[in-house]
Design a protein around this ligand. Structure first.
Ligand code: URA
Length: 433
């Protein structure tokens, strides 16, 4: 096989075989295929797309490029969850303790935030003492013991994705549905779960802004995940405003605790209960997602989800007292209120921009290795469709200095559009695939 011929074939719209794709991935990871040839192939894929067969072959080849996690010693059906990323998305912190409390083993590897979106690992590290890099054996032992462990992705999983993503990032080939789908699904396959629930977000604050594109991504991921012999389900959810009321690491942990106490924002609670229903159903613990949701709702009300979060924090070295006393979480030195300047209904909140304002405050990172601040962020007191009057507090900026707070507040004001009539509100959960 010659790499040149395979690039040519793809460029002309041909379909690569499983053997050809395996050859390409193996050669790329071992360094035998140079970056310039792989870049050309990515560009050919970008323009010509891939069939489901090709995409599934690429996904499996990538998943097998490094180590994989064997969850088989843990009894039961293991269900993973993945979000394509959003602003204020702390779903995992609420949902995973709930499903673990329902008896589903949760062995979860999560990522860090980049750009306008946050990451679960950064949020957990806002809890004093919480360790996210525990060794594999300890990770698995903890799942067996308390039913849940949440750690960062280890370096040995899917090296093909790390190398390929770095290349795509530099060659304008990130935004290709088959390349995104294989990147995400290969990591889920390597992480070892039997079933995966995907939260595919669309809208201004999402990776995929356009609904139809998000739908194509979701359909592709479900198809290739199922072809790889795992059970995949995707839910498309709106990201045209931050999820919940908090954006920023310790603020989001506090909100997750409140949600598990039953006093969280309605959108976050709705999403976690619905996702929990699907995860219970995928795990075979409910006859339908609706029955699963009813079970998860009972667990939330009983406080068992909150207790499970406490166990998780304790087990990973964090201070479980934060569950009862969120004041133990880091708090930013400056808190500055932002008020509405006009009367009317909130018609638009530029969600991506809000993610960037929060990132500039220090809650997120522009580059992969930038340090972050656990205590800064924004709280929202008015959301899409709410009616406001001049002087009403619409948000609060949590900042490191007064100057940073004022800059963020000025940028935040520009994120709002206030209309003179009520707006139509889209449902949070749009489609299930
Ligand atoms: N997230 C991923 O993990 N991979 C992509 O290619 C894009 C988003």
């Amino acid at each position: 096989m010659r790499v040149y011929d395979l690039i040519w074939k793809k460029r002309e719209g041909g379909e690569l075989t499983q053997a050809e794709i395996a050859f390409l991935m193996k050669g790329f990871v071992s360094g035998q295929i140079p970056d310039y040839q792989m870049s050309a192939l990515c560009m050919a894929i970008f323009f010509q797309g891939m069939s489901f067969d090709e995409c599934a072959a690429l996904t499996v080849a990538m998943a097998e490029s490094g180590g994989t996690v064997d969850l088989s010693p843990i009894p039961g059906i293991k269900v993973d969850k993945h979000s394509t990323g959003g602003v204020g998305d702390k779903t995992s912190l609420v949902l995973l303790p709930l499903v673990a409390a329902a008896g589903i083993p949760v062995a979860k590897m999560s990522g860090r935030g980049l750009g306008h979106t946050g990451g679960t690992i950064d949020k957990l590290e806002a809890i004093p003492g919480f360790k996210t890099n525990i060794p594999r054996q300890e990770f698995l032992a903890q799942v067996s013991k308390i039913g849940i462990a949440l750690v960062g992705q280890t370096g040995d999983l899917v090296p093909a994705d790390k190398k390929l993503y770095a290349l795509r990032d530099l060659t304008a080939t990130v935004e290709s549905i088959p390349l995104i789908a294989s990147s995400i699904v290969s990591k889920k396959l390597a992480a070892g779960a039997d079933a995966v629930l995907l939260d595919v977000k669309y809208g201004d604050g999402a990776f995929m802004r356009d609904y139809d594109q998000a739908l194509r991504l979701a359909t592709t991921m479900v198809e290739i995940g199922n072809r790889a012999g795992r059970r995949f389900k995707a839910i498309l959810t709106g990201m045209n405003q931050p999820l919940g009321i908090a954006v920023g690491n310790s603020l989001e942990v506090q909100e997750a605790i409140e949600t598990l106490q039953g006093t969280g924002p309605s959108d976050l609670t709705e999403l976690c209960l619905a996702f929990g229903g699907y995860m219970l159903w995928l795990a075979g613990q409910a006859a339908s997602p609706e029955e699963g949701e009813a079970i998860v709702t009972r667990i939330l009300k009983s406080g068992a989800g909150l207790a499970k979060l406490g166990q998780l924090i304790h087990s990973q070295g964090g201070d479980p007292k934060v569950i009862d006393d969120p004041a133990l979480l880091p708090v930013a030195p400056v808190v500055h209120s932002v008020v509405a300047e006009a009367e009317g209904w909130i018609a638009q909140i530029s969600c991506r921009e809000i993610g960037l304002v929060t990132m500039k405050l220090g809650a997120g990172r522009e580059q992969l290795h930038d340090p972050i601040k656990p205590d800064v962020g924004i709280k929202f007191y008015s959301k899409l469709g709410d009616c406001v009057k001049p002087g009403d507090r619409i948000a609060e900026v949590y900042a490191g200095t007064r100057e940073e707070a004022l800059i963020a507040a000025a940028e935040l004001r520009k994120c709002y559009r206030i209309a003179d009539k009520p707006i139509h509100k889209e449902p949070l959960i749009k489609t299930v695939i």
